[in-house]
Design a binder for this molecule. Structure first.
Ligand code: DGY
Length: 328
C-alpha cells in the first residue's frame, strides 16, 4: 500500500505532482496554513509522513497519528516540534539546514542596514507627505562601515553574516557555545569574545543561535543594559531569544538606538509595544523567503521524507537516537 502523506502548506504545483508520483498526497494547495490544531490532528490521523512548515506538532497531536513515521520540517528551525515526544514514539524528525544560509544572511543585512539608516521609518514619513526638501541635520542614521559587528551564534548562518561584513570594512566579534576551529574563524574574519565583551563592544549585534529552553530571553533587560546606547540589535533567528517587553522599553528610552526584527515571540502576534516604536524595523518572518531558497528547502525536506519512508536514514535527521525504535 502507498504511504499517505500530508503537506501542510501550499507548495508549487510542480512539487506536488512529484510527490503524487510516489505517495497518496493530502495537499494544501487550495488552503495555505496555518491550520487549526483540530484540522491538523484530523488530517494527520491516517498519515505515514508529514511535510510541514512551522506547524506545531505536540504530544497530543502525535497521539492521534498512530501511523506517523516521519515529521519533516521545511525549515531549519524545529522548535515547533516536540522532538522528545516523537523519539518516544519512534517517529523520525528532520529539518532543512544549509540551503537557506545565504538568503537568511542577506535578510539579516537588510534589517541591519534598514535599522541603521532608518529606511522603514523614513519611507513612512515620506509617504505621509512630510518631505519638503533636504535638510543638513535631518534623518541622521548610524554608519555601518568600519563599525563593530557582534554575532551571537556562529553556525552556518552566523558565519555567512560575518563574511558579508568584509564589504563594509567592519570588525567582527562573536560569541558561541564553543569557539570555532581556527580555519573557520579566519574565513569569517571574526574574533572570539566573551558574552560580556560581545554586548559591550558591538555596534550591531545579530542573533544566530537556535531557540531552546536554555536560551529563551538570552537578550533581556540586563543584556540590553550592557549594550552601547548607540547599538542596534538584529534578530532573524527566533523571537523567543529576546525579552520583547525589555527590548521595547530599551528602544523607547533610547537605551539602545534601534532594532531590526524578522521573528517574534508568539508569532504571528507582535508585541504591541514594538508596533508603536519608530526605531525598530519589523518584518513578518521572511528571512528565507525567496522562491529559489524556499524550493530548495522543500526539496531537501522531500528528500528527507523519501529516505525516512523507505526505511533509510534521512540526511537531516535531528533525533538519531530514534533509529533503534523507529516505526515500520
Ligand atoms: C527556518 O527555516 O527555520 C526559518 O526560520 C524559516 O524561514
Amino acid at each position: 500500500m502507498n504511504h499517505r502523506i500530508l503537506v501542510t502548506r501550499t507548495l508549487v504545483d510542480e512539487l506536488i505532482a512529484e510527490l503524487r508520483a510516489t505517495w497518496d498526497v493530502d495537499d494544501s494547495q487550495l488552503h495555505d496554513g496555518p491550520h487549526s490544531v483540530d484540522e491538523l490532528r484530523t488530517r494527520l490521523a491516517d498519515k505515514d509522513g508529514v511535510l510541514l512548515f512551522a506547524d506545531r506538532i505536540d504530544a497530543a497531536t502525535l497521539d492521534v497519528a498512530p501511523r506517523l513515521k516521519a515529521v519533516c520540517n521545511i525549515t531549519v528551525g524545529y522548535n515547533n516540534v516536540d522532538v522528545a515526544a516523537c523519539t518516544e514514539r519512534g517517529i523520525l524528525v528532520t529539518n532543512a539546514p544549509g540551503v537557506l544560509d545565504d538568503t537568511t544572511a542577506d535578510m539579516t543585512w537588510a534589517l541591519l542596514l534598514a535599522a541603521a539608516r532608518r529606511i522603514a521609518e523614513s519611507d513612512r514619513w515620506l509617504r505621509a507627505g512630510n518631505w519638503h526638501g533636504m535638510k543638513f541635520s535631518d534623518r541622521f542614521g548610524r554608519d555601518v562601515h568600519h563599525a563593530t559587528l557582534g554575532i551571537l551564534g556562529m553556525g552556518r548562518i552566523g558565519r555567512a553574516v560575518a563574511r558579508r561584513a568584509a564589504g563594509f570594512d567592519m570588525r567582527v566579534i562573536y560569541h558561541n557555545r564553543t569557539r570555532l576551529e581556527p580555519a573557520l574563524e579566519r574565513a569569517a574574519n571574526a574574533r572570539y569574545v566573551s558574552m560580556d565583551e560581545l554586548l559591550a563592544e558591538s555596534d550591531f549585534l545579530s542573533l544566530h543561535v537556535p531557540y531552546t529552553d536554555a536560551n529563551r530571553h538570552v537578550i533581556g533587560a540586563a543584556q540590553l543594559a550592557a549594550m552601547k546606547r548607540t547599538a542596534i540589535l538584529v534578530n532573524a533567528s527566533r523571537g523567543g531569544l529576546i525579552d520583547e517587553d525589555a527590548l521595547a522599553e530599551a528602544l523607547r528610552d533610547d537605551r539602545i538606538a534601534g532594532a531590526g526584527l524578522d521573528v517574534f515571540d508568539g508569532e504571528p502576534n507582535v508585541n504591541p509595544k514594538l508596533l508603536t516604536l519608530d526605531n525598530v524595523v519589523l518584518a513578518p518572518h521572511m528571512g528565507s523567503a525567496t522562491r529559489a531558497t524556499r524550493l530548495a528547502m522543500a526539496r531537501l525536506a522531500i528528500e528527507n521524507l523519501r529516505r525516512a519512508l523507505a526505511g533509510k536514514v534521512p540526511p537531516c535527521l535531528v533525533n538519531p537516537e530514534v533509529l533503534s525504535r523507529r516505526r515500520r
